[in-house]
Design a binder for this molecule. Structure first.
Ligand SMILES: Nc1ncnc2c1ncn2[C@@H]1O[C@H](COP(=O)(O)OP(=O)(O)OP(=O)(O)O)[C@@H](O)[C@H]1O
Ligand SMILES: [Mg+2]
Length: 456
């Protein structure tokens, strides 16, 4: 093998046995591993067994057009296609470039041109290898895309993201509130070919039951009272990208049936509309409940669960991620320092103090604690500031804050204040707040939704 040339695994697909044999031997003499196939069917079978770096494909094969492999599901995205063509049909090969072929090779083969093609291919592959090496390097340092973490508990999460990001498979992300479910969804989107498309996040628990269907699927003008113009739903808006359905267990059951149908067909119908609109959307979903429990309670339909959870992913709570607390805390502090052009540091012992806490509000709670300590600090973030006012202290023992109510205040206003104060106390952890208040999570979301639309 030549130095500086990345050795490739190649597949030659040509029905002319002499040409095929000579190309295989030429490619082999350049230091590459080469297999061959004489038609499309054999090529597809080979593709299902082996991940090739590139295919050299004749345009006219006994069982069809070789360029069809460019669009074939059997071909992984990173497998390049080089079209083999005769002089007479170069125009077709050029057209194939527009379809995504990497290059074309004219028969009879000019060894110099072939070398040039191989150099280009191996450079690309080498670059991809460098990117993946860099990724491994970053991972060792505790970075994985937008996610920070180095603990062994997070490795299966990173492995799964790496494996499935590039596919269109659905992923159901389960984790306690504040563990980073939405950030994982973003990582999956950013590491996919859809990254240049939209990423649309929908909180199913925060939209009222009456509106959620039209929000998801859209409606035509006049389809119901108040529908004064046509509305494109989240599915249409996420076309070519990723749709993130958060709190999937909060979706009304009747709508779960409709969602399942859309996922199966890829087609949506706007409310009041007749046309079926095809959308190209990858769906990711999240829940902070155990799906098995949600199904047992009748909150989550089993068929929808199986459709969404092609890859189920459990995000571990922060207390299970040994060592990540300090890493995350430093990451958040770095962010504040960079944003404000400061150079505040941790007091010795402060990070160790953070590791000790139970973190019921998970990463979000940690982020808030660091922010508070940063604001309070002159130059040094003290262990005391970090330990003060623990958001995860249980309220039952009376350590919760308090607020004053004036006689003459409406119950509705007091309720709002109580909800807002409770949320503050638990660092925005809605599940914990709902538990303390004795509400369902959905009720809490509905209240917050109302507040969001009304001044305090
Ligand atoms: N591994 C991580 N690295 C860096 N930041 C993180 C990580 N995990 C979470 N965060 C940050 O913590 C906050 C909470 O994360 P996120 O909103 O993704 O959690 P969630 O699981 O969706 O919470 P909820 O169930 O309440 O919706 C965000 O600001 C996010 O950027
Ligand atoms: Mg979330």
């Amino acid at each position: 093998m030549k130095r500086n040339v990345h050795s490739l695994h190649l597949l030659v697909v040509d029905d002319d046995p002499d040409f095929c044999a000579s190309l295989v031997s030429l490619l082999g003499s350049e230091g590459h591993r080469v297999d061959d196939a004489c038609d499309l069917a054999t090529a597809r079978a080979a593709l299902s067994r082996t991940t090739y770096d590139a295919l050299f494909v004749d345009q006219d094969l006994p069982d069809g057009d070789g360029t069809s492999l460019i669009d074939d599901d059997a071909r992984p995205e990173k497998t390049e296609v080089v079209i083999i063509t005769g002089h007479a049909s170069v125009h077709r090969a050029v057209a194939a470039l527009h379809l995504g072929a990497a290059d074309y090779l004219i028969k009879p083969t000019d060894p110099a041109l072939l070398k040039a093609i191989l150099t280009r291919l191996s450079r690309v592959r080498g670059l991809q290898q460098t990117v993946s090496d860099l990724q491994d390097d970053l991972r060792a340092k505790g970075r994985f895309g937008p996610l920070v973490g180095r603990s062994s508990a997070m490795q299966p999460v990173f492995d799964l993201i790496q494996k499935v990001a590039a596919t269109d498979a659905s992923v159901l992300i389960q984790g306690e509130s504040g563990t980073g479910k939405e950030l994982v969804a973003q990582a999956l989107h950013q590491m996919s070919a859809r990254r240049s498309g939209p990423m649309v996040a929908v909180n199913c628990g925060a939209i009222s039951e009456t509106l959620i269907e039209s929000e998801l699927f859209g409606h035509e003008k006049g389809s119901f009272t108040g529908a004064d113009r046509q509305h494109r739903g989240f599915f249409e808006r996420a076309d070519g990208g990723t749709l993130f359905l958060d709190e999937i267990g909060e979706m009304p059951l009747a709508l779960q049936v409709k969602l399942l149908r859309v996922l199966e067909t890829g087609c949506v119908e706007r409310i009041g509309g007749k046309a079926s609109i095809h959308t190209d959307v990858r769906v990711l979903a999240a829940t902070n409940r155990d799906p098995a429990e949600a199904m047992a309670d009748g909150q989550l339909r089993e068929d929808l669960y199986f459709r969404l959870a092609v890859f189920p992913m459990r995000l571990p709570p922060l207390r299970e991620r040994k060592g990540d607390v300090a890493l995350l805390a430093q990451h958040f502090l770095d962010g504040h320092n960079a944003a404000n052009d400061t150079d505040k540091r941790w007091e010795p012992g402060a990070l160790a103090a953070l590791e000790e806490r139970p973190w019921r509000g998970n990463v979000r709670e940690l982020r808030n604690v660091v922010q508070r300590a940063y604001i309070l600090a002159e130059d040094t973030l003290s262990a005391e500031a970090v330990a003060a006012r623990s958001g995860s202290a249980p309220v039952e023992n009376g350590s919760g804050g308090s607020f004053t109510v004036q006689v003459g205040t409406s119950i509705a206003h007091v309720e709002r204040q109580l909800i807002e104060e409770t949320l503050k106390h638990v660092d925005g952890n809605k599940l914990a707040a709902a538990e303390i208040l004795g509400f369902s999570l959905k009720t809490l979301y509905n209240r917050l939704n109302v507040y969001a639309g009304a001044p305090a």
